[in-house]
Design a protein around this ligand. Structure first.
Ligand code: ADP
Ligand code: MG
Length: 291
């Protein structure tokens, strides 16, 4: 009867918008203790819009936006897309960039008119001992806004705050997981204050923030080992791929990157976090049919 079971669960999975790439890992979903979620693009839409530009003394908002957008046009990060869109909407003409490079998990760098320009994370700014208006920064971060810093020759020219949209479906997914005794955990490269704000909106059990891309997989490994938990990882980005491979079950968001989808055991075709719940239910049903 095995082929029949496979056929039944294949059509059911298609109905729920699940693309099952690794059947045995999928079947293990019935025993999960926790689901780890990447933040940006998974729990949130991953579509940033600028909410505030805070120039340092001696700079104008438009200048800060122009440098940032000129640099970000070479990046594919969701923050970059938001900044470039704002500049285009304002009719700003972008500058030529030389020596573009990305600083993994921390931002980007390039030069404009022989000046070094960076758009970087709060972590990068802190590591380099640069000071800024902490009160203003805290206020924006505590509202769930992601703040990046625009640097000109290693001095801060201004801050740009961006807001993303938390997925309503993520909230429902987490509530159902909780009801079924499955823990939910957030893993993000973003700032702790922003992560905590999003976690509060969603009632997430645990938060790991300011995790660099190459640390995501180790963090998942640590959760599995320390708690002796069976863990699923859900993500969308290139950064998430190693963690998807490490987890007992890797789940990719359908609207995410090819790398994430190629690494995952299951792909959520409709990019709906609630399908994580459907997936667990389906694995239980499939199991009952087999025994
Ligand atoms: P996440 O885990 O939320 O997807 P990433 O690891 O991609 O986050 O990025 C972590 C942080 O690094 C971002 O929150 C941002 O502060 C900074 N960063 C990364 N790429 C860029 C970029 N292109 N422009 C500005 N900041 C960036
Ligand atoms: Mg992401």
């Amino acid at each position: 009867a095995a082929p029949l079971v496979v056929a039944v669960s294949t059509s059911l999975s298609a109905k729920h918008g699940l693309l099952i790439r690794n059947r045995s890992n999928f079947e293990g979903a019935r025993n999960l203790d926790a689901v780890v979620f990447d933040k940006t693009g998974t729990l949130t839409e991953g579509e940033f819009g600028i909410t505030n530009i805070v120039p340092n003394q001696g700079y104008e908002e438009q200048e800060v936006l122009n440098w940032a957008a000129s640099l970000e046009q070479h990046s594919e990060h969701p923050i970059a897309t938001g900044i470039v869109k704002s500049a285009r909407d304002e009719g700003i003409s972008l500058k030529e960039i030389a020596d573009f490079e990305s600083i993994t998990g921390k931002g980007i760098q390039g030069s404009i008119d022989n000046k070094k320009v960076n758009v970087v994370s709060p972590g990068y700014v802190n590591e380099n001992g640069l000071s800024y208006d902490q009160k203003q920064f805290d206020k924006m971060s505590e509202q769930g806004k992601t703040v990046v810093f625009v640097l000109l020759d290693d001095a801060i020219a201004g801050m740009i705050a961006l807001a993303d949209i938390v997925r309503e479906t993520a909230k429902e997914a987490i509530a159902t997981l909780k009801k079924n005794g499955v823990h939910s955990i957030m893993l993000t490269g973003d700032n702790m204050k922003v992560a905590n704000w999003v976690a509060k909106q969603l009632d997430i059990d645990e938060v790991y923030a300011e995790v660099l891309p190459d640390q995501k997989s180790d963090q998942v490994k640590k959760i599995m080992k320390d708690k002796e938990w069976k863990v699923a990882m859900t993500g969308d980005g290139i950064n998430d791929a190693p963690a998807l491979a490490t987890a007992d079950l890797g789940i990719a968001i359908g609207a995410g990157t090819d790398v994430a989808m190629e690494t995952a055991d299951v792909v959520l075709v409709k990019s709906n976090p609630k399908d994580v719940v459907s997936l667990i239910d389906l694995s239980k049903k499939t199991y009952r049919k087999m025994v």
